[in-house]
Design a protein around this ligand. Structure first.
Ligand code: HEM
Length: 471
């Protein structure tokens, strides 16, 4: 099916206003579904001076992210992000400006460029080998693995190796546990409805304490990054030959893209963003992927069969193998369709009044794109609630912002710049986990698909499963 839900007559119409922004509720999937099912493809919520418009169809998403991108490309910035002046230098939040263009340029031309990611692939390969070793130990004892925890540690280490060439965390370390809490804390505070965002007079008071807590969490991450940079500079001074020359920090400090120089403060805030934006999104997606495969063992068997046929049994999936694994790619797309971990994307803000599908969006309104509901739209997808990777085999639909039916990374000029790294990490880790091991849930347990809200939507309960070595 290729239709969409927006069959609307032409001409400007008043926006339907429903509820208020604090009604988002405890159970994300219920609120996200209700926005589309009960209220239709466009709705708005009002609180204080703020109007938030939610669109839930692919046609309207295209109008937001493509047709009107130039007027909607700036963000509505949560008050919490004023902590450490992150609102002034944080890549996802600042307006489209020379600094934003510099960040974008550095990401596209250097940090996430294909040739640079190819050159530092070995840093990630080693981490996946270690993950397999950890799981192998549990498999030999017949013990369950806490996949939520392990996948977070692994993606964090994959990112920290890509950025710094070091492990930020070994799976048992206290630092890893703390770092996870800081990152989750930042996401949770940024995603929480905060009265200061809607009633400017309350900003100074910070009555819910959101900005205060954010300051602490972000301060912890900034300190950690500061000490990593100091360490690198010291190493550079003492023993320049021993300094890694292909990680992101090397490229950032070298500032080799002369048009796009960043100062130390900007580099530190950029790195906070890479860790916060990259780790929970990627590990959350992997956790949903494993949960779906555990619930659908025949799809797991199909994905395992493909990898075994193409690469051989018990072989790690390497980044260059991904194009040869269409079923594995379809699994990842199907996970994104059902479980986009940033379900409303990041909020956009209307710089001027714009018209979308005949509705007038007022200046300064927030715009949220309900990609979660779009993935389950029954006028677009057959059996939308079933996990059927086959629907993507031979299909033109991709998840890179060109097909508006599935846009887990957003679209337009603010599309996620980490997409190339995320796609590599997801296939690498998922493919390796299922090519070395069979997986089942613990006796007497079921996969619990409950979710919880921060900025990302992740599984409410860490996923546990028992691996067994494939012989
Ligand atoms: C499964 C993994 C990921 C998902 C689903 C995801 C999703 C998103 C989404 C929906 C946005 C907002 C796009 C928009 O407004 O249209 C975004 C922005 C962003 N993401 Fe990701 N992301 C992922 C991984 C990563 C990684 C690995 C990094 C970096 C290491 C990263 C860095 C960023 C940054 C810096 C932005 C802000 C860009 C801007 O505002 O110009 N993301 N991401």
């Amino acid at each position: 099916k290729t239709g969409n839900t927006s069959k609307l007559p032409p001409g400007p119409k008043p926006l339907p206003v429903i509820g208020n922004l604090l009604d988002l509720g405890e159970k994300p999937h219920k609120s996200l579904a209700a926005m589309a099912k009960v209220h239709g493809p466009i709705m708005s919520m009002k609180l204080g001076r703020v109007t938030a418009v939610v669109v839930s169809s692919s046609t309207m998403a295209k109008e937001v992210l493509q047709t009107n991108d130039q007027f909607l490309c700036n963000r509505a910035i949560p008050d919490a992000l004023k902590a450490h002046a992150h609102d002034e230098v944080g890549f996802p939040w600042i307006s489209v400006s020379p600094l934003w263009r510099n960040y974008r340029k550095i990401c596209n031309n250097t940090l996430f460029a294909g040739k640079i990611l190819d050159a530092n692939e070995n840093l990630r390969r080693r981490k996946v080998e270690e993950l397999v070793e950890i799981v192998r130990k549990s498999a030999s004892k017949g013990e369950a693995v806490d996949l939520g925890r392990l996948l977070f540690m692994t993606t964090l280490n994959l990112i920290s190796n890509t950025v710094f060439s070091v492990d930020l965390a070994d799976p048992n370390s206290e630092l890893a546990r703390k770092f996870k809490n800081y990152v989750w804390g930042i996401l949770e505070e940024a995603g929480k409805p905060n009265l200061s965002d809607y009633f400017p007079v309350l900003r100074k008071l910070d009555i819910q304490g959101v900005r205060r807590r954010m300051k602490i969490q972000m301060g912890n991450v900034l300190d950690l990054i500061d000490s990593m940079i100091n360490q690198r500079m010291k190493q550079q001074e003492l023993n320049p030959d021993s300094v890694p020359n292909n990680d992101m920090l090397h490229h950032l400090l070298k500032n080799e893209d002369t048009d796009a120089k960043l100062d130390r403060n900007q580099i530190e805030h950029l790195l906070v963003v890479l860790f916060v934006a990259g780790s929970d999104t990627s590990s959350g997606t992997l956790q949903w992927a494993m949960a779906e495969l555990l619930k659908n063992p025949e799809k797991l068997a199909k994905a395992q069969e493909e990898i075994r046929r193409v690469l051989g049994k018990s072989k790690p999936v390497e980044e260059a193998d991904i194009p040869r694994l269409p079923y594995l790619q379809a699994v990842v797309k199907e996970v994104f369709r059902l479980h986009p971990v940033v379900p409303l994307l990041l909020p956009r803000k209307a710089q001027q009044e714009v018209e979308i599908a005949g509705f007038t969006i007022p200046k300064d309104a927030q715009l949220l794109v309900n990609t979660w509901a779009m993935g389950r739209d029954s006028s677009v997808w057959e059996n939308p609630e079933s996990f059927e990777p086959e629907r993507f085999l031979g299909s033109e639909i991709d998840v890179r912002g060109r097909s508006f039916e599935v846009i887990p990374f957003g679209g337009g000029r603010r599309i996620c710049p980490g997409l190339p790294l995320a796609m590599r990490m997801l296939h690498l880790i998922l493919g390796s986990l299922i090519n070395f091991f069979d997986w089942k849930v613990e006796d007497g347990c079921e996969v619990n698909m409950d979710d919880k809200f921060g900025v990302t939507v992740e599984m409410a309960h860490s996923l546990r499963a028992i691996p067994s070595l494939i012989v």
